[in-house]
Design a protein around this ligand. Structure first.
Ligand code: ADP
Length: 153
């Protein structure tokens, strides 16, 4: 049984995240989307909404599970018996950052990190760009799965 975890803030989930999720499914038996609880106050969407959007988007993907976690990702991996951490890479900046985190995680606990490169059509998309568009009342709908809806004021 190969169980991957895909950790992140998902504030909110984008079509870039969803592409990585769907491309990872043939590589594992179970994929846990691990939504970080940390610093909830800085998030635009509540933890409940972030989880709801991911669950709704993946309701037909029987291998996908969604959980929240707090603390170190490697500790959550141990708790759920994960074999690998999944991360998406959009550009060299992502790579530089992710490289040291993955090397550190490997050194500390032996856990592997699996990287998937985003497709060129999605590499400009980030949750922070979506939040900025929302803040300025722009149309963000092309960048996110249908389930994502603007927070009620
Ligand atoms: P974090 O705060 O941990 O970076 P994010 O929710 O921003 O959380 O991202 C979670 C993961 O999804 C990261 O590995 C990130 O690189 C990846 N990711 C984010 N946007 C995209 C995208 N457009 N294409 C591919 N991967 C992405």
């Amino acid at each position: 049984m190969k169980r991957f975890i895909f950790p992140g803030s998902f504030d909110p989930i984008t079509i870039g995240h969803q592409e990585i999720i769907e491309r990872a499914l043939p590589l594992c038996d179970e994929l846990i989307i691990a939504v970080g609880k940390n610093s909830d106050k800085k998030n635009m969407f509540t933890l409940e909404d972030r989880i709801k959007f991911i669950k709704e988007t993946n309701k037909n993907n029987s291998k996908v599970f969604v959980e929240s976690y707090e603390g170190l990702t490697v500790d959550f991996c141990k708790k759920v018996n994960a074999n690998a951490i999944l991360r998406g890479l959009r550009n060299p900046a992502d790579f530089e950052f992710e490289k040291s985190v993955a090397q550190m995680n490997k050194k500390l606990t032996g856990i592997e990190t699996v990287f998937l490169l985003s497709s060129s059509t999605h590499s400009f998309i980030s949750s922070s760009i979506v939040r900025e568009i929302i803040n300025y009342d722009g149309d963000y709908t092309l960048l996110v799965p249908k389930a994502v809806r603007r927070r009620q004021a």
